[in-house]
Design a protein around this ligand. Structure first.
Ligand code: ZN
Length: 200
């Protein structure tokens, strides 16, 4: 597998990098991504590939089940660098179908670190439990609800972080969007519309 990855890099250099030398030289000098992506670590949900974007488009944070943890120095540093230094105006929280993290929230897990981590999304399970009871949902339907509720909950977490809350108190930015990527079709559903940049 490792050899395949290195062979893939050779193809990238000859087929993409060198023919677009001007673009890659410009981003080698300075990155100017317009979007901060918060997604799942799942191997099937490559943010640049699913949006047909080149390197340099998005500043990226991925973790199990696309969670925004208030006490996670990693995501806090990425957020601060993204919105303060890179002046990113749009943040996308993207969940996905068939997420192992979401199934683990539903079923419960016993591994220590995974359980602790997924605890941060427990509020989404409470909401999904209630909706599933009210509507008599099947397991698959409930997992779909839980996936969506988790994206909405993580957006709330994001909005409650002091860094973002203070920015929102001063103005509208950053806009926060909630998306769902469908691994079965490759398509993206907009769950939370964060709005568009005003036209100049
Ligand atoms: Zn996932």
């Amino acid at each position: 597998m490792i050899e395949e990855l290195l062979a893939g890099n050779a193809r990238f250099v000859t087929g993409e990098f060198r023919p677009n030398d001007d673009y890659y030289r410009a981003i080698a000098d300075r990155q100017t991504p317009k979007v901060l992506w918060i997604g799942c670590s799942d191997s099937r949900v490559s943010e640049h590939q699913m949006t047909d974007s080149r390197p340099g488009t998005m500043f990226v944070h991925r973790n199990v089940a696309n969670i925004v943890a208030f006490n996670d120095v990693n995501i806090s540093a990425i957020l601060e660098y993204g919105v303060v230094h890179l002046k990113i105006e749009d943040i996308i929280v993207c969940g996905h179908t068939r997420c192992g993290g979401i199934a683990a929230i539903e079923d419960g897990v016993h591994e220590n670190y995974i359980a602790d981590w997924l605890c941060i999304a427990s509020g989404a399970k409470e909401t999904a439990d209630r909706i599933a009871r009210e509507r008599g949902l099947s397991r698959d339907e409930k997992l779909a609800v839980l996936t969506e509720e988790n994206v909405k909950l993580q957006i709330k977490h994001l909005e409650n972080l002091s860094l973002i809350r203070n920015m929102h108190a001063r103005g509208a930015l950053p806009r926060i969007h909630g998306w769902l990527y469908r691994v079965e079709t490759g398509t993206i559903d907009v769950l939370v519309d964060g709005g568009a940049a005003p036209r100049a």
